[in-house]
Design a protein around this ligand. Sequence first.
Ligand code: PMP
Length: 372
Amino acid sequence: MSLRDASIVSLMATIYNFSAGPATLPTSVMARAQADFIDHHGLCYGIVEASHRSPEFGAIIQRAETNIRNLTGIGDEFAVLFLQGGASTQFAMVPMNFLAPGCTAAYVDSGSWSTKAIKEANNLGSTTTVASSKASNYDRIPAFEAADIDTATPYLHITSNNTIFGTQYQTVPDVPAGVPLVADMSSDILSRRLPFDAFDLIYAGAQKNLGPSGVTVIIIRRELAERGASSLPSMLDYRTHIKAESRYNTPPTFAIYMLMLVTNWILDQGGVDAVEQVNRQKAAALYACIDADDFYRGTAEPGSRSIMNVCYRLPTEAKEADFGTVAKAAGFVGLKGHRSAGGIRASIYNAMPLSGVTALVDFMNDYRQRQG
Ligand code: PMP
């Protein structure tokens, strides 16, 4: 390890970044990227300088796709795409492709990102909200039954993890046979074992569990893509990107390279099941600290709690501000809740080590004791 690598390691060992995204990345990935930035595997040029048509980048995108296939266990009936525009572009691209005139798409409203997805779909066609937890300030995943969903709906859209409110589906919801299930998995993709083939379209911005911002992963059932509207702009038609294997135009090469490294790292950890085990340990430690008495107050209903974004309040907003300042001075950054929700949010994605959460819990216990 060079001196620069060592300096990254020591810096990252003392600062824990709990930001909701872009978020902390594995230290080994950062060190690898640092070296490849200047000279990729002896090429004598850096990875950002490689053509997206070069064999070197071809191997990277291929490896990234293979990693996602291995981690999810999906078969060839699914295509894996690496697109730009973030999850926010998917809010529009999904209805553009699949919400035909005269049809009504079904959405579950479980927070701000669902609301944005619904707004985009309403700009393009008709939607119905089959369940919402808005009335309780999105403190839970709203319940619904498969029977609540019209079998003629072109798709049901859910947000598997609500980054802002710290709620998460505990299981994949039932949908009537034949209704495609679409999920925004931006903030929990590859953090736990799910039957990924129960979904027909999954999309996720990479900047939480998969790498830096700039690339959006899409896992789409090929048969669904074929049902897309005709006469779409090429860039907004899933078929374009499936046919061109995500290289119709210049893809975000560096972000895809980083995603490849991060997914290599997940595989090295033992895959999705292994990272899930650690993720559950991290979340359990934080929620136990919050539940110990009334000083900290978790905002999500226990049955809907997220293992990725742990949201909580302190007795007053002034104390929350003080907590943030003292925590930052102690090396815990990115803890401020989303501006629309307030409070504190600890985002503990795959790359946050258990030691970071243990250190935060120690800090929280100490802070509580000093206030008490
Ligand atoms: N969906 C969810 C669940 C998110 O957390 C975010 C971003 N935090 C988005 C969508 C929007 O993603 P992007 O910024 O990549 O458009």
